[in-house]
Design a protein around this ligand. Structure first.
Ligand code: ALA
Length: 489
């Protein structure tokens, strides 16, 4: 098979469907409520509990509410496109599988590699955010961890606009929590629907508590001026706070386990996103109403807002809920990461022997899980939160742009393919999805573009050195070619 032919080789929907019918697949047990709960479980975490602080303080002020609206619109447009694919190609690989079916092997690999960035680096970010609430929570119990062990060793100093050492060694809580969750995943506690449902209820209870109790402490004057950093601050805030929405797309990684994926995965994606959007806008309103934006804490903003207003018990409850709630996000993200690696390994683009191997006793992909866990723990404990969040955001926004574009392409290349869920108003919705998500990428600044390019360049090297030569699709096409020629003769 020639290079050009291979780079654009698409995995037909028939191949994907045949793979799904093989016995080596996951069990179909999830209904619409479980799928929505999985979405909410993956969405509500460090973004709303931690990143809101910096977004309000440095970027948007009370206009953070609008930042959530802007980011929510970009996500909603992408969600409608994800839903069409998830219903049409209900397999585990999410955007990677969609790209393989539409855009060819090279772009599929780029997206798969990009999803590794999304899930692995997001796990590091969430672990780092978790450590802020964990430290605040221990503080409430009278335990103070040494500062040198709760921060990253390097950080950006806005005053001098330079990177430099902070004097800290590493963020030990972030490191340890990732190893702990990795251990659980290796032993094989699946994210049982019941465990996840309990987590989701707890998180929703904490978020509703913040909204209901906090709203009694809103001072309307804190919302003035509403846009202290102007419209550009709202957009910068949106590009940063976008992180809080990441996770709805992980519903599509569960398509293979859905009882009725054609109907329920779109429901799960759209409902979980809609619920979280409403809650986020309300939390932003409460947070910026309770505390003047200049005084909002960066590390554990939601809990500290209650402390500032003299509500220590509320602070305790919010901190506890945040620690538990963010832990569950970490679990789902690390699990989704394992699924993406499994999808890449099944297609031969990364080593199946290493990433696809299943532990004889625990029946989990232990090597991939441990390797991912160690890397995620190191990155989360050594790098600052904002750097990690920005990197995840640009990578995920890029994936969203490609999924929106893929809907447009697929409508042309495979118009007859049954689409149980159709993105409405095509081409308008995908085009607006591309523009809004690309717009947020632009708001993230050139440094993040550079980091994204470096990440993608590393991915290309891996593809040309390994993946291209081990691709199962290329091998099957090459094997079929002589047979076809023979038949013609
Ligand atoms: N949306 C997830 C969070 O905020 C990743 O933690």
């Amino acid at each position: 098979m020639g290079l050009r032919e291979q780079l654009f080789a698409v995995k037909s929907i028939q191949i994907l469907e045949a793979e799904m019918a093989s016995d080596n697949r996951l069990r179909r047990v999830l209904g619409p409520v479980s799928l929505t709960a999985l979405g909410v479980g993956a969405i509500i975490g460090a973004g709303i509990f931690v990143l809101t602080g910096l977004a309000a303080h440095d970027y948007a002020g009370p206009g953070l509410m609008l930042s959530f609206v802007v980011a929510g619109i970009g996500c909603a447009l992408a969600a409608l496109c994800y839903a069409e694919f998830a219903a049409m190609v209900p397999v585990a690989g999410s955007a990677y599988a969609y790209a393989y079916a539409t855009l060819g092997e090279l772009l599929a690999w780029i997206i798969g590699w990009d999803l590794v960035l999304e899930y692995a680096v997001a796990s590091s970010t969430v672990a780092h955010g978790w450590s802020h609430y964990f430290t605040a929570f221990l503080g409430l119990l009278g335990i103070t961890l040494p500062a040198a062990w709760t921060a990253s060793p390097i950080d950006f100093n806005p005053a001098t606009a330079t990177w430099g050492p902070t004097g800290a060694y590493c963020n030990l809580p972030a490191f340890l929590v990732v190893l702990f969750i990795t251990g659980i995943l290796v032993i094989g506690i699946r994210e049982s629907a019941r465990f996840n449902a309990a987590m989701v209820l707890l998180k929703l209870a904490v978020v509703l508590f913040v909204i209901v109790v906090g709203s009694a402490y809103i001072r309307v004057e804190n919302w003035r001026p509403f846009l202290p950093f102007g419209a550009s601050g709202v957009f910068k805030g949106a590009a940063y706070i976008f992180f809080a929405y990441i996770g709805f797309d992980s519903v599509s990684t569960h398509a293979e386990e859905a009882r009725n994926p054609q109907r329920d995965v779109p429901i799960g994606i759209i409902t979980s996103l809609a619920v979280c959007t409403v809650l986020y806008i309300l939390v932003a309103a409460v947070l910026t109403g309770m505390v003047p934006y200049q005084d909002i804490a960066i590390d554990a903003p939601v809990a500290r807002a209650f402390e500032t207003r003299g509500l220590p018990v509320a602070m305790f409850l919010v901190s506890l809920g945040a620690v538990v709630g963010i832990t569950s996000v970490l679990l789902v993200l690390l699990l989704s990461q394992a699924r993406i690696l499994l999808a890449l390994a099944r297609d031969g683009l990364i080593s199946h022997r290493f990433f696809g191997e299943v532990h004889p006793r625990f029946r989990t992909p232990h090597r991939a899980t441990i390797l991912t866990g160690v890397l995620v723990a190191l990155v989360g404990s050594l790098f600052p939160l904002k750097l990690l969040a920005d990197l995840v955001n640009i990578g995920t926004l890029f994936a969203f742009v490609i999924v929106c574009a893929a809907v447009l392409i697929m409508r042309r290349t495979n118009p007859q393919q049954p689409r149980p869920f159709r993105t409405p108003f095509v081409p308008l919705v995908p085009i607006l999805g591309i523009l809004s998500n690309f717009g947020m990428m632009c708001a993230l600044g050139w440094e993040n573009w550079l980091r994204l390019f470096v990440w993608l360049a590393i991915g290309l090297v891996i593809y040309f050195v390994y993946g291209r030569h081990h691709s199962k699709l290329a091998a099957s096409v090459a094997a079929a070619a002589p047979a076809r020629q023979g038949a013609r003769r």
